[in-house]
Design a protein around this ligand. Structure first.
Ligand code: SUG
Length: 444
């Protein structure tokens, strides 16, 4: 028996809206808005527990140290922590904001995972994403790698690869551009790697407004590192038009689970070629549920995050459930489509909504917040159990958030060294909850 475990990013104590992501409509629109970190983290925990109540195994990823002072030190700021923050806030506030980003919460970008059923050596392979197309995200992978190694800490089952080389050639955004199809989680799967551009070949299909993030070369390298058989791998390109419309990751316009692929009809270049290749390589029947532009415009798809939903198999009920952000219910076009979908004979039998508005305002929906990991029972037992949500962990995390998080953060609050101190106190206590020891750089 294999299963899919979702690991969600716990939203950190300095959750804020920096307006840092070019090409991400929500990040730009909500730049410098007052954020609500306590509410954000509680919304995230509530979603995790909701999935757990539905019968799924739910894991947790820790937030990173923000502000990331080691980066500011590398960039020439020196002295005490307080000095560094004051100097940076006076002389380069834009840099301070980059080192204060809330972005590590989006676990879909943490790494790419290949289940043991797919790899030649029968191990689960994990590659942390270098996120090198955005500076504020490129500083995540070192801590992400350390965290993933602490969670999947049994070498008998898990193999970890360092993030791909930095720079734009191997720009990798992790699982947000990756789908896997299989009849059951434990069967040999078919992996779909989605890229936005070539780094080393000529591009026929190019964006005009925003840059595509994931490169083909990065995706191809991961398929090699994970020792996948090329008969079980498909590569497809994001439609540049959809990147220009604000779908910076493919998971903004498609989501899959087992034998089902729910997608916007404009999500891919050469969609028919991709679907034919998937059909010919997949063992069994594949269900494509395509949403036409006529019913849901690109604008509505990006605004509502219809496709940034979690498509899950319910252990205690028939069929699959689509876990959508509340914003999808509020968009008339999207809600009308969802009502129509419920009437259709597809594997999707249940439609449910969750409130993750604080994350959505930075361009991260339910699917961005989670990393999917398909594991067999032995592998589940080999996961560090401290990172799996239980009643006890949930209670402790809720209490921790309520004790340490501010209700609001104004953009100017980032300049105040006491916010950094508060964060470090909170994170220090968090490492005790997870038995991590001196995990963060500020603890060294
Ligand atoms: O990389 N936003 C993230 C959102 C990532 C969503 N993830 C997936 N689609 N899987 C990004 O653009 C904004 C941070 C800010 O503006 O403060 C940000 O990084």
């Amino acid at each position: 028996m294999s299963t899919e475990v979702n690991f969600d990013g716990l939203i950190g104590p300095s959750h804020n809206y920096g307006g840092l992501s070019h090409g991400n409509v929500a990040s730009k629109k909500n730049a410098f808005k007052v954020s609500q970190p306590k509410q954000a983290a509680l919304q995230g925990l509530q979603k995790m527990n909701y999935l757990r109540d539905l019968g799924l195994t739910q894991g947790v990823l820790l937030p990173q140290q923000r502000p990331h002072l080691p980066t500011l030190r590398k960039l020439g700021f020196a002295g005490s922590d307080e000095n560094i923050i004051l100097q940076a806030s006076n002389r380069a506030p834009e840099l301070l904001a980059q080192c204060y980003s809330a972005s590590c919460m989006w676990a879909a970008n943490a790494c790419t995972v290949s289940p043991s059923a797919d790899s030649a050596d029968g191990k689960v392979h994990v590659t942390a994403a270098n996120l090198s197309s955005m500076f504020h995200r490129s500083i995540e992978h070192k801590t992400t790698s350390a965290l993933l190694k602490a969670i999947f800490n049994d070498e008998q089952y898990f193999t970890h690869h360092a993030a791909l080389p930095a720079g734009t050639h191997f720009s990798d955004e992790g699982a947000a551009n990756h789908n896997r199809f299989a009849q059951n989680y434990g069967d040999l799967g078919l992996q779909l790697f989605i890229y936005g551009r070539y780094a080393l070949r000529n591009n026929t299909h190019t964006t005009s407004q925003f840059s595509a993030r994931q490169t083909y070369e990065a995706s191809f390298a991961i398929s090699r590192l994970h020792r996948l058989n090329e008969n079980n791998v498909v590569f497809a390109q994001q439609n540049p038009r959809i990147v220009d419309a604000g779908a910076f990751h493919n998971d903004v316009v498609s989501v899959s689970n087992l034998n089902t692929f729910f997608m916007h009809e404009e999500a891919f270049v050469d969609k028919d070629v991709m679907q034919n290749e998937l059909r010919s390589k997949f063992k069994g029947e594949l269900h494509f549920i395509e949403v036409p532009t006529e019913q849901v415009s690109l604008e509505s798809a990006v605004k509502s995050y219809l496709f940034n939903s979690q498509l899950i198999t319910l252990p205690n009920a028939d069929g699959m459930a689509l876990i959508l952000p509340e914003e999808s219910r509020e968009n008339d076009q999207v809600y009308t489509y969802l009502q129509h979908l419920e009437q259709q004979d597809t594997p999707i039998k249940h439609i449910k909504f969750v409130d993750v508005r604080q994350s959505m305002q930075n361009g991260g929906g339910p699917a961005c917040l989670r990393l999917r990991v398909a594991l067999d029972q032995q592998e589940v037992s080999a996961v560090n159990p401290r990172f799996l949500l239980s009643d006890d962990l949930l209670n402790r995390l809720n209490a921790w958030v309520n004790a340490h998080y501010r209700d609001e953060i104004h953009p100017d609050d980032l300049r105040d060294p006491s916010l950094a101190q508060e964060n470090f106190t909170a994170l220090d206590e968090l490492t005790q909850i997870f038995g991590l020891g001196a995990f963060y750089e500020f603890q060294h």
